[in-house]
Design a protein around this ligand. Structure first.
Ligand code: ZN
Ligand code: MN
Length: 254
């Protein structure tokens, strides 16, 4: 059993009281990902990767994901104006991250891995971590947190395999081959490849504009085409992320 919320509290307490357990906390977003996919890949992918890491052994537990994330941005998530895209303010996300880390630390936990699945969350996760550690330090508790985004574990070799026609960058992968392949492998019930609408990768000016200019975004909501996504690519991507993250966790925490 790797999902801590499925455990009874006594079993959980016994496993975490010495501070040696590692708590993996997936953080995502509810955000449209094109007409061919559900709105929660940013939650389901880091959750599944965290479970894969925990199943490799050692005392690693997966916490329930933080499902809501910071506001979708036009150049990385299509923007915060699509029906279904449901986002929270930066200060709300900071508070949730801080409160959750502090709560798990009160149970005895000292080792955390935040697994991000939504690009826009990044700096708010940093702030939540900083404030949690500062709060705990005042109470005489020293904890350590690894922060990562899973796509940073995709190796150059894997990029060449999955993007044989050339790689245009993680920012325009929103709803594209990376996420769609991972979802075909992990949650095929959430993907309908018949509904993929092919288009060239989105291109943007070097600046952002506020309020958002909706005409910058392909009407599909995806920033690149998922046409070449396959379950096989998803399995390769999943394994490279799980193996790499497991190695990082062991380097820092064992
Ligand atoms: Zn996404
Ligand atoms: Mn996202």
């Amino acid at each position: 059993m790797v999902n801590l919320e499925l455990m009874d509290w006594k079993t959980y307490a016994a496993q975490v009281k010495d501070g040696e357990a590692v708590i993996m906390l997936p953080i995502g977003a509810i955000e449209q990902h094109g007409p061919h996919m559900s709105m929660n890949p940013d939650v389901l992918i880091p959750k599944a990767i965290s479970e894969g890491v925990a199943k490799k052994g050692g005392s690693i537990l997966v916490a329930p994901p933080i499902s809501y994330g910071y506001k979708s941005q036009v150049k990385s998530g299509g923007g915060n104006f699509f029906p279904g895209t449901t986002c929270i303010n930066g200060k709300t996300l900071i508070d949730i991250v801080k409160d959750v880390i502090v709560a798990y630390a009160k149970h005895g936990n000292r080792k955390f891995v935040l697994v991000n699945g939504h690009f826009e969350n990044s700096m708010f996760l940093v702030e939540g971590i900083e404030l949690a550690l500062e709060h705990l330090r005042h109470g005489g508790i020293e904890a350590q947190v690894i922060l990562l985004s899973y796509w940073d574990y995709v190796t150059q070799e894997t990029i060449e395999t999955v993007f044989p026609e050339g790689f245009t960058g993680w920012d325009v992968e929103h709803g594209g081959v990376l996420e769609t392949s991972l979802m075909l492998y992990l949650h095929p019930e959430c993907v309908n490849m018949d509904k993929v609408i092919h288009h060239e990768p989105a291109t943007f000016p070097p600046y952002d504009i506020f309020p958002s200019d909706e005409s910058w975004v392909p009407s599909t909501g995806t920033l690149s085409s998922a046409k070449n996504a396959t379950r096989e690519y998803g399995e390769i991507l999943y394994n490279v992320c799980v193996d790499g993250i497991y190695q990082s966790v062991n380097e820092r925490f064992s």
